[in-house]
Write a protein that binds this ligand. Structure first.
Ligand code: ATP
Ligand code: MG
Length: 241
């Protein structure tokens, strides 16, 4: 089976400037991170708040620089889905515009082709063409998250990072969005890096999982193996919560 992503010996940190005339201090967040994500796989990432999950996502997508190591993408246009469906959509743009924007960036589509694809995508994410002319504020949190997912999929990515995609939603809506992500994964041949602090969500969604603690991967393997029979003390603590 081939990989969609390979990360090797990755170190990432931030330069924080405390005082104007002093040199910025480097703070290491991620140390020696090595893993692969395979084709059609959902890899989970768990770890407590502030341990560097979002930092890892941003480094993988090239939004922030990394200090050393290697990140190799085997797919084009990897995309990210964010936690908060209220702040991730441009509030003054209609849903149709939001979905078509990535196609304008890539170029090569006519206006009619963009609209056709946006309406097709609305149906794919369980909405309908009726939403094309609506504004984000007219949608519920779950519907907005469907739009965010659709927007990420407009460029036909092979790999998606979902950073706590259901944490802001209530339980029934959570289950619907998780089902949608699983369906789309099969239909569109996707792989996900799926971030959550909720062990139950990881259990339901993921094939494998890695556990991040103090900036390092302390455990990685099949979900059932890691969560049913944790070896690392930190994983044991997470599972017992
Ligand atoms: N832009 C930044 N500049 C400096 N430090 C940052 C920046 N972004 C994050 N950090 C720090 O890096 C560490 C990791 O943050 P990150 O957002 O990656 O954590 P996280 O695991 O995603 O947490 P959460 O579960 O709360 O989303 C934290 O200590 C945070 O304060
Ligand atoms: Mg985060």
């Amino acid at each position: 089976m081939s990989n969609v992503l390979e990360v090797r010996d990755l170190y990432v940190g931030y330069y924080n400037k405390k005082k104007l005339f002093e040199p910025a201090q480097y703070k290491e967040v991620l140390k020696d991170i090595t893993f692969d994500i395979r084709e059609n796989e959902i890899m989970g990432l768990v770890g407590q708040s502030g341990c560097g999950k979002t930092t890892l996502s941003k480094a993988i997508l090239g939004v922030i620089p990394y200090k050393s190591g290697d990140i190799k993408h085997m797919t084009t246009r990897p995309q990210m889905i964010f936690q908060d469906p209220y702040s991730s959509l441009n509030p003054v743009k209609k849903i149709g515009w939001i979905l078509e924007e990535p196609l304008k960036v890539i170029g090569g589509y006519t206006k009619a082709e963009r609209k056709d694809k946006a309406i097709w995508m609305l149906e794919k994410v369980g909405l309908s063409g009726d939403y094309y002319n609506r504004l984000p504020k007219e949608l519920s949190g779950g519907q907005r998250q469907r739009i965010s997912i659709g927007q990420a999929l407009m460029q036909n990515p092979g790999f998606i990072i979902a950073d706590e995609p259901v944490s802001a939603l209530d339980v029934t809506v959570q289950a619907q969005i998780m089902d949608l992500l699983l369906e789309l994964k099969e239909e569109m041949k996707l792989s996900y890096l799926f971030i959550s602090h909720d062990i139950d969500v990881i259990y339901q969604m993921c094939d494998r999982v890695m556990v991040l603690n103090n900036g390092e991967i302390v455990e990685m393997g099949e979900v059932t193996q890691v969560l049913d029979n944790p070896k690392d003390s930190y994983t044991k603590m997470l599972v017992s919560l």
